[in-house]
Design a binder for this molecule. Structure first.
Ligand SMILES: Nc1ncnc2c1ncn2[C@@H]1O[C@H](COP(=O)(O)OP(=O)(O)OP(=O)(O)O)[C@@H](O)[C@H]1O
Ligand SMILES: [Mg+2]
Ligand SMILES: [Zn+2]
Length: 272
């Protein structure tokens, strides 16, 4: 399995296209409808499709030999659908979320030096759906990517796939999950979007994230531990859901802007 992991990682790097690393379109591709994920490709005997990779048994260890063309196509379409520059700090109406906007910009600017996580969570009794949390995370990701930093944006969907994949017996699924986890550990800035929306149970999700953040905490270097996340949960709800061990790692010293929580999606419908 180790051998397969290494191979997948190498392949992953080879296929990492500039489009997906700019603005994390790679993650956005999977934020669509999970039900739309295609079933396995029809391959000759001994060959398997994990939905992301094609691999063969090779006498036990298994080796991946190509990226699933359908996964490549999905990625291409997602990248094309992303209007370049759409979700940036420049296109954000700062007056609607002045505190969130300021915090996100500051976090992105400090990323090299600052250790404080950016926590876009629900601060008051108001809901915070559609108020621009994902927009701000993407804007920060884009800004950092422009500055040459390695940014990984993991959505709840990505997190679900990673946590679930690690528990599977299917070697390829598990290996793909390991690849994602390694990227999230190794990157300079990690952004978690929509925490609390993942489909996996809170306990294994928390266990996974704690392990991830521990590994990042042990690393040295400029911005090696940078973390930002968005959630519809409040601080107490985060603790309740994931336990104090994860909540304290997410929130220790965090920038927690006071979000107004106005739903921009609804606003757009009202004023077409
Ligand atoms: N202040 C703003 N200025 C410009 N566009 C905005 C603003 N707030 C939100 N939007 C746009 O509204 C849409 C919804 O925003 P976004 O997805 O960032 O919300 P969210 O807070 O992540 O919501 P959810 O809690 O549902 O994940 C996006 O298209 C985003 O670009
Ligand atoms: Mg969002
Ligand atoms: Zn396939």
């Amino acid at each position: 399995v180790r051998r397969l992991n290494e191979l997948l990682e190498r392949l992953e790097r080879r296929f990492e296209d500039p489009v997906s690393s700019a603005g994390s379109a790679g993650s956005a591709e999977r934020s669509g409808d999970p039900a739309a994920e295609p079933a396995a490709c029809d391959l000759p005997g001994g060959h398997h499709c994990s939905g992301t990779w094609h691999w063969r048994d090779d006498g036990g260890a298994g080796s991946a030999y190509e990226r699933c063309p359908r996964a490549v196509e999905r990625r291409r379409q997602a990248a094309a659908a992303q209007v370049p520059g759409e979700q940036t700090f420049e296109t954000f109406e700062a007056l609607l979320e002045p505190d969130g906007f300021r915090a996100a910009r500051r976090w992105a600017a400090d990323c090299g030096a600052g250790e404080a996580p950016l926590a876009l969570l629900r601060t008051g009794s108001r809901p915070n759906t559609g108020c621009g949390k994902s927009h701000l995370l993407r804007a920060a990701a884009r800004e950092l990517t422009r500055a040459g930093r390695w940014v990984e944006l993991a959505t709840a969907w990505d997190l679900t796939a990673a946590v679930r994949g690690r528990a599977l017996y299917d070697a390829a699924e598990r290996a793909a999950a390991e690849v994602a986890a390694k990227r999230w550990i190794a990157c300079e800035a990690l952004l978690l979007d929509d925490l609390g929306q993942e489909e996996t149970a809170p306990a294994p999700t928390a266990g996974f994230l704690i392990g991830l953040l521990e590994e990042r905490a042990g690393r040295q270097g400029r911005g090696a531990r940078s973390l930002a996340f968005a959630t519809n949960l409040t601080e107490p709800e985060l603790t309740q859901r994931y336990g104090a061990a994860l909540a304290s790692r997410l929130l220790a010293g965090a920038l927690v802007p006071d979000l107004q929580g106005r739903d921009y999606r609804r606003r757009r419908q009202e004023q077409p």
